[in-house]
Design a protein around this ligand. Structure first.
Ligand code: HEM
Length: 245
């Protein structure tokens, strides 16, 4: 029974989650390409969006890069370039803590804005709020690891947990998953990861679908100004979109 639950949690459920995401993304890009959007609400409210969105996006991009580094760069490689387990631990906690808090505060601003500003609230649907709350739960568990578990239990516990998670997730992406690696991982890590599997299938069906476009340009592109002169839209990005259509 324990073995079945472990297979369910660390093999069946994650593959189901990722498969739904991939099928959903392919379907949406092939059949409804013109609906792929982050559904910007900038026209409804700008000040909180500017702060919340920037803090969230800059923070989460570095958190995700940190996940890739922590999960896919082998400890043996770090040792070979002179990075000790302790240094790895300190850098992970500091970088994860700073960017995690930044993303969390940005997200809290975005949620407050969506729920408290009437014109944003009344134009939101269930999915808009659902993904924000889900992200908040996932990130709160993540931060409780970085700012709570790690300082409490130290570098040995951190490196052991990371090494097990890393071996499980590498096997998962190479299609020979071994749920046994997750059996000794502390519960709070497991909760963080299991809840994140609710997020992936919702990506193609919500505004998060914009992740699969080129969100990198959002960070540095000039603001898009929409105005019309004699019935013509002068915005070059919008013109490009029209040409593409
Ligand atoms: C399979 C997917 C995931 C795995 C295996 C995973 C794993 C982890 C681990 C092991 C930590 C703790 C690092 C530490 O102890 O210092 C962590 C922290 C964190 N995670 Fe995740 N995570 C996943 C998905 C996500 C997602 C989807 C998000 C949000 C979009 C997220 C956001 C965070 C945040 C904000 C932190 C705290 C900051 C940091 O240490 O990077 N995680 N994650």
């Amino acid at each position: 029974m324990v073995n079945f639950l472990s297979q369910l949690a660390w093999v069946i459920y994650p593959y189901l989650s990722f498969s739904l995401m991939v099928i959903g993304v392919v379907y949406r890009f092939r059949n409804r390409p013109l609906t792929i959007t982050s559904k910007s609400s900038e026209l409804l409210e700008r000040r909180n969006l500017a702060w919340g969105s920037r803090a969230f996006h800059y923070g989460i991009i570095f958190v995700i890069l940190g996940h890739f580094a922590g999960l896919f760069v082998p400890l043996s490689f770090l040792h070979s370039i002179g990075v000790s387990d302790y240094l790895n631990f300190i850098v992970s906690v500091l970088a994860g803590g700073v960017f995690g808090i930044m993303a969390w505060i940005g997200l809290a601003i975005l949620i407050g804005r969506r729920l408290l500003i009437k014109r944003v609230r009344v134009t939101s649907n269930f999915a808009d709020t659902y993904v924000l709350i889900l992200l908040l739960v996932i990130m709160s568990f993540g931060l409780s690891l970085t700012l709570g578990y790690d300082p409490l239990y130290g570098s040995l516990a951190y490196n052991t947990a990371m090494s097990n998670i890393s071996q499980w997730i590498t096997g998962f992406f190479l299609f020979h998953p071994d749920a046994a690696y997750m059996s000794t991982v502390p519960l709070i890590f497991k909760i963080h990861i299991l809840i994140s599997f609710l997020l992936y299938p919702s990506i193609p069906f919500t505004r998060l679908t914009h992740i699969f476009t080129t969100p990198v340009r959002y960070l540095y592109r000039k603001p898009i100004v929409f105005r019309s002169i004699e019935g013509q839209n002068t915005n070059s990005e919008a013109m490009n979109t029209l040409r593409f259509k």
